[in-house]
Ligand binder design. Sequence first.
Ligand SMILES: Nc1ncnc2c1ncn2[C@@H]1O[C@H](COP(=O)(O)OP(=O)(O)OP(=O)(O)O)[C@@H](O)[C@H]1O
Ligand SMILES: [Mg+2]
Length: 334
Amino acid sequence: MAGADHTLLDVVGLTVDFTTQEGIVHAVQDVSFSVAPGELVGLVGESGCGKSVTASAILGLTRMLSNAAVSGSIVFQGRNLLALPEKEVRPVRGRDIAMIFQDPVTSLNPVLSIERLMTEGLELHLGMSHREAVTRSVELLQLVGIPKAEQRIHDYPHQFSGGMRQRVMIAIALSCDPKLLLADEPTTALDVTIQAQILRLMKRLSEDAGAAIITITHDLGVVAGMCRRILVMYAGRLVEVGPAKPLFAHPHHPYTVGLLRSVPRLDEPRTERLQSIEGLPPDLSHLPPGCAFAPRCWLASEECWAAAPELLATTDGRLSACFHSEALLAEVPA
Ligand SMILES: Nc1ncnc2c1ncn2[C@@H]1O[C@H](COP(=O)(O)OP(=O)(O)OP(=O)(O)O)[C@@H](O)[C@H]1O
Ligand SMILES: [Mg+2]
């Protein structure tokens, strides 16, 4: 992990609770991690574990939700965004921190042309004239691989295929040269070949511009080739954090083991069927007192039912929130 002066983003004890008719939904609980400039980080976990809410909080969008209670701190370039007034966060959003939203179909406003969608941020955040913004937009569209960009810039989102729309989203997100890009399921809606292209593109653009990317996905295959460091989230908490290669080769948390078993391995022929993790994640408004994964865990023992394990360093320097991490660590990897 980067030292304090090299940290771009430092999230400490982030907690997001939603008040709903069913009770309080503990969407994100005591999540801490940091991201270095230019670092490629993957945030993974099953549906509903709090990935998008974490990203929304970083972007300062949870502050717009009247039913959300947010605590902890989100220090970006030395300033705690959670403590800043909205007028100081607004210029950061879209300029220094950009987001590719989970749903490319609904997140590009269908009544605005690509020209409008692209030039808006450039004019607002970078003070460009409309003409300058159009020139830059065409360059950006070319950069992300949109053919005939000078003409296509006049089109509307529905005139683009899913893959092309996603490229437009990436172009918009990167237009103001963000220091941090939050890419929420950037390729889920796309077919596998396009997925690989988009991921390569994001990686290349990050290298060229020095932007850090947090790629959010439930699909470990998406982050395996792209990210250096992986954050594994379960039921609103981080349960394992470590460098991608060793983490995938030898997970120290049983949940990560389960997630990996449910991903097809491309590097070796598989004889056995893929298994999904048995059971369902807990209801975030009625969390059990102990480890939230215990009801689905083959290693669960008495202590796991009594108290939730903290995210602690394992003897080989990874972070894992499991009383049985050392036992898993001692096992020979499969
Ligand atoms: N505005 C809201 N009000 C109440 N509950 C919410 C709100 N937004 C999210 N939640 C709840 O917070 C929890 C975490 O949701 P989140 O969208 O972060 O999951 P996710 O990990 O991104 O899942 P997916 O992979 O399906 O996108 C879920 O239980 C969700 O229902
Ligand atoms: Mg999500």
